[in-house]
Write a protein that binds this ligand. Structure first.
Ligand code: HEC
Ligand code: HEC
Length: 389
């Protein structure tokens, strides 16, 4: 059947907004380092409390996130909602998925971009002492030194809270000591890096974790790729959703580029949930890192591959469904029960809305049917299931 006008328009919009065949985003992969990194990713030795691994929060069954509104770290037991019943340290933000992280051009990490190589230089909390010029390697230094994530707030770790900067280095040294003392992890790591076991430091641990993330979570082709590059058909709903995404819905103003993120920062007035990064239910997002008042409430645009699998949504995990996450962009008050807010919380909300009023989604209106079309379109960004993992 001949291609329709609508299909042609969508195909061109997708290409113009940066979709690339998956392989073109693959960085150089190092299978040996990745295999060593997989053991580290699974290892609870990376948490001082020895009871959390990267895998505790980045799980296959939840699309490399954890299925929870907020991450549950040190002290946590079980997966998914089970974990909420355990005495875990609760984080202030929703766990990010890992798809495409460290792929070609992916150089801004975390909800607030606190590791950012987009200027060509690495900006992070390490200042001029960044342990690597690879932003994913710098990122892999952070989870083990964040308290509720992998340290835990017990008497045993009190010494760490006293020490600030030096403390992070001490945690890294302690983890490296443990890994060197675990032959089944240390042996493949030392081989992959061609170093003796007693020469291994946290830098190789972080590099191996990065190699694993790059390989395991690399972008695969999706239904949208097959539509654009192989002429496969979309359903009517998917097509309508795609035309909205790139057209009147303005989604591609921010969810653009090969990862469906411009990797910069915008304010969408999602409700806050939990105690917030700044405490008292507040999360200033990007502002925490730049201290620029214009960055208040702004977060990095989330990439959208496999987004159907990574509920709940937003930096605070407040939205259980994709439809609600989409509506929050254009009609945020419909998603928030304002009568339940305190006067302070309402004041916060007005600030967020003021910041959002400068964003492209402010002027967009979407009907319920259109939101459903968008949900159908977003499902075309799931990796093809027949691809081997
Ligand atoms: C307790 C749950 C938890 C554990 C354990 C955990 N993470 Fe995460 N991870 C998160 C959360 C929450 C975020 C988002 C934090 C933020 O942006 O402020 C995140 C973000 C990330 C990111 C950034 C993704 C992006 O889109 O920028 C990477 C990479 C990552 N984690 C890797 C790891 C590695 C490697 C480990 C093990 C050393 C690990 N994580 C352990 C919860 C966890
Ligand atoms: C102004 C930039 C911008 C526009 C336009 C935009 N988004 Fe977003 N989107 C964001 C940001 C920023 C977030 C995260 C905000 C937060 O968590 O506080 C987000 C979050 C999301 C999420 C949740 C993802 C997750 O992993 O939590 C989805 C789904 C989404 N957007 C889809 C869309 C769709 C569909 C459209 C078009 C109707 C759209 N976005 C328009 C910037 C934008």
């Amino acid at each position: 059947m001949a291609e329709t006008m609508r299909e042609a328009v969508l195909r061109e919009a997708v290409l113009e907004n940066g979709l690339r065949p998956a392989e073109e985003l693959w960085p150089e992969l190092d299978p040996e380092k990745a295999a060593a990194g997989e053991r580290l990713f699974e290892s609870e030795l990376l948490s001082l409390t020895r009871n959390v691994s990267c895998r505790s929060c980045h799980l296959d069954e939840f699309g490399s996130a954890d299925g929870l509104p907020l991450g549950h770290g040190a002290g946590g037991i079980g997966k998914g909602v089970e974990r909420m019943k355990s005495p875990a340290g609760v984080l202030s933000r929703n766990t990010l998925a890992l798809w495409g992280r460290g792929g070609i051009g992916f150089d801004v990490f975390f909800w607030d971009g606190r590791v950012d190589a987009s200027s060509g230089e690495i900006r992070s909390q390490f200042g001029t002492m960044a342990p690597s010029d690879d932003p994913l390697v710098v990122t892999a230094h952070l989870p083990p030194v964040e308290f509720r994530e992998m340290i835990g707030e017990s008497d045993d770790t009190e010494w760490l809270r006293q020490g600030e900067v030096g403390a992070a280095a001490e945690v890294h040294q302690e983890i490296a000591r443990r890994i060197r003392a675990s032959p089944e992890i240390a042996a493949p790591l030392s081989e992959a890096f061609d170093l003796k076991v007693d020469e291994l430091t946290y830098l190789q641990i972080a590099e191996a974790l990065a190699a694993f993330i790059r390989s395991e979570f690399r972008v695969r082709d999706t239904k949208l790729h097959r539509f654009v590059f192989d002429g496969q058909r979309l359903t009517d709903r998917e097509l309508a959703g795609g035309l909205l995404f790139y057209g009147r819905g303005q989604c591609a103003a921010c969810h653009s580029g090969p990862y469906f993120s411009d990797l910069t920062f915008h304010a969408i007035p999602f409700a806050q949930f939990g105690f917030g990064f700044n405490g008292f239910g507040i999360d200033y997002g990007r502002y925490n890192f730049t201290q620029d008042p214009r960055d208040r409430y702004a977060f990095r645009t989330p990439p959208l591959y496999n987004v159907t699998k990574t509920a709940p949504y937003s930096h605070s995990g407040i939205e259980p469904h994709l439809a609600g996450a989409i509506s929050a962009h254009v009609d945020p008050l419909a998603e928030i029960n304002t009568s339940k807010l305190s006067a302070r919380e309402r004041a916060e909300l007005y600030q967020k809305i003021a910041r959002w009023s400068g964003e492209p989604s402010y002027a967009v209106e979407l009907s319920d049917e259109e939101v459903k079309d968008l949900v159908a379109f977003l499902a075309t960004l799931d990796f093809d299931p027949e691809h081997d993992r």
